[in-house]
Write a protein that binds this ligand. Structure first.
Ligand SMILES: [Zn+2]
Length: 206
């Protein structure tokens, strides 16, 4: 891993790349200087500057966005983290305005060693680049349970989120398979081309 600091939600669906002015090796102490706290609305965490295009969300349908007049807070439905980062409200966008390239990272956002540990976890999927267990499994098992009337609407909504997430994952894997197939085909094509060139007798020069 390079020396620059990346934060993420505990399933890695939301990743936040910080400006290169922070250093990963010193970050745990370095960030203390950037503690930010306010009461109305209550926002607290480390206020840190972003790298260009620093916010990367793998599955947009799995995030939760809370917005008021001044702030937007983004959370992750997949790992059930209500607050990953907050930023000054920028319309419906989940990335800050060009002139405000910073976010407040809340305490459940992890970085450095914690991210490496998630990569090593059995539930981490390299294909989807997220940790697949937890909330998603809980949602799946919900479908076998009898749902009380008053929770039916919520359940439908959750089911919808789950279904669209699964669709997206399915699509992502299809795309990867297709890419792999194309690369393989090209390789084969190249090989047979080379074989043809080698077996075709060269025409005499005269
Ligand atoms: Zn997450």
């Amino acid at each position: 891993m390079s020396g620059h600091v990346i934060y993420a939600c505990p399933c890695l669906n939301i990743k936040i790349h910080l400006s290169t002015k922070y250093s990963l090796s010193k970050h745990a102490t370095e960030r203390q200087r950037f503690w930010f706290q306010q009461d109305n609305p209550p926002i607290q965490g480390h206020r840190l500057e972003l790298a260009m295009g620093g916010i990367i969300i793998a599955y947009n349908s799995l995030i939760q966005v809370k917005t008021n007049d001044t702030w937007t807070t983004v959370g992750c439905l997949h790992c059930d983290t209500k607050e990953v980062y907050s930023m000054l409200q920028a319309g419906h966008s989940v990335t800050p305005r060009q002139s405000e390239q910073w976010v407040v990272l809340h305490d459940r956002a992890v970085f450095g060693h914690d991210i490496e540990e998630i990569h090593k976890d059995d539930a981490y999927s390299e294909i989807f680049d997220v940790k697949l267990d937890g909330h998603l499994k809980a949602l799946v098992s919900l479908s076998d349970t009898k749902i009380p009337k008053e929770l039916e609407a919520q359940h439908k909504q959750l089911q919808h989120v789950l279904d669209s997430a699964l669709d997206k994952m399915h699509l992502a894997s299809q795309v990867r398979i297709e890419q792999w197939r194309r690369v393989e085909l090209e390789r084969l094509e190249e090989q047979s081309q080379r074989a043809r060139e080698e077996t075709t007798p060269r025409r005499p020069l005269h």
